[in-house]
Design a protein around this ligand. Structure first.
Ligand SMILES: [Cu+2]
Length: 138
């Protein structure tokens, strides 16, 4: 009976230590995923609402299209004023949810000038199909 109790305690304490170790080592990785930090040239705040995109630049100007220069690293801070949307730029294989009450961040460095479609990839209501705009790389 004493041996069984000892085995039980060692198992419980071992499991606690194992999970604490996994949690500790995962924390830094999760922080990097949730709040990525890297150098950038331009910060653009992206506001999504039913059923349009709005891009706010550091000088306060607002545009319905995202306009950037080729080679520029852009930090996009995603906000939603109503429901969950999803920023999707197919040509860059970039997709990030835009969630009310939370700021999701994504970085983008377009290299080739052009006009790329930005669309919402999360069904957000009756006008979801019309939630399309462009990334213009100059
Ligand atoms: Cu949508």
């Amino acid at each position: 009976m004493e041996r069984a109790k000892l085995v039980e305690r060692v198992t419980i304490i071992g499991a606690i230590l194992l999970f604490a170790y996994i949690g500790y080592t995962s924390y830094a990785v999760l922080q990097e995923i949730e709040n990525p930090q890297q150098p950038y040239d331009l910060l653009v705040k992206v506001n999504a609402r039913q059923f349009a995109w709005e891009f706010v630049y550091p000088d306060g100007s607002v545009s319905p299209e995202l306009r950037v220069k080729a080679g520029q690293t852009v930090r996009l801070e995603l906000h939603s004023g109503d429901v969950i949307h999803s920023l999707f730029i197919r040509d860059f294989q970039l997709k990030k949810d835009v969630v009310p009450g939370r700021t999701n961040v994504v970085y983008l460095t377009p290299l080739v000038p052009g006009r790329y479609v930005i669309q919402c990839a999360e069904f957000c209501g009756r006008g979801h199909y019309s939630m399309v705009t462009y990334l213009v790389v100059e």
